[in-house]
Write a protein that binds this ligand. Structure first.
Ligand SMILES: CC(C)(COP(=O)(O)OP(=O)(O)OC[C@H]1O[C@@H](n2cnc3c(N)ncnc32)[C@H](O)[C@@H]1OP(=O)(O)O)[C@@H](O)C(=O)NCCC(=O)NCCS
Length: 149
């Protein structure tokens, strides 16, 4: 497995295919194309396996010493094999290299798999955004991970 920054149109097609497979209201190509024009803020990492050029991805913003993870997902056929854990660990390591010491994200309250993934990575609950999601309407839990000095 390798984790690299999104580099080509084919990588973006791979990310959008995962979006379509993973989310009820997938983030649009237009959003990604607009975000990719801000490479100092918007970071997208893709996880490659020998068989699959984009098996998972993580999109986040970096603002000074913090990142906010917007999306992280794995192709359904590749789940349950540690890919998300590996990708998240690489994102946190790479962020630390950039001087980041705090990561935040929102996650659906019912998303047990994601909540376990993030808890294993050291994220803790910091708040709730009521009815944050649509399709279906659901609260978001705000999770935070701070590196220890
Ligand atoms: C959440 C998601 C990214 C996990 O990806 P994954 O590659 O299967 O995760 P991993 O194999 O690295 O598993 C990490 C941990 O998550 C938990 N987990 C993963 N799948 C799970 C499931 N179906 N049910 C319960 N827990 C699960 C486990 O605790 C697991 O650790 P363990 O195997 O040591 O117990 C994947 O299910 C996904 O893409 N879901 C749809 C998109 C999404 O919800 N993204 C999160 C948005 S905030």
């Amino acid at each position: 497995m390798t984790v690299e920054r999104l580099a080509t149109d084919a990588d973006l097609d791979g990310v959008l295919a995962i979006e379509d497979a993973a989310f009820n209201n997938p983030t649009t190509r237009e959003w990604y194309e607009s975000e990719l024009k801000r490479p100092a803020v918007c970071f997208i990492y893709v996880l490659r396996t020998p068989e699959c050029p984009v098996a998972a991805f993580c999109a986040f913003w970096r603002v000074v010493d913090q990142i906010h993870i917007n999306n992280l997902a794995v192709l359904p056929a590749w789940r349950g094999q540690g890919l998300a854990s590996h990708l998240l660990a690489e994102v946190m390591t790479e962020s630390a290299r950039m001087g980041v010491d705090c990561a935040t994200l929102e996650v659906r309250r019912s998303n047990t798999a994601a909540l376990r993934l993030y808890a294993k990575a050291g994220f803790v609950e910091a708040g709730v955004r009521r009815n944050y999601y649509t399709q279906p309407v659901e609260d978001a839990l705000v999770l935070v991970c701070k590196s220890t000095p």
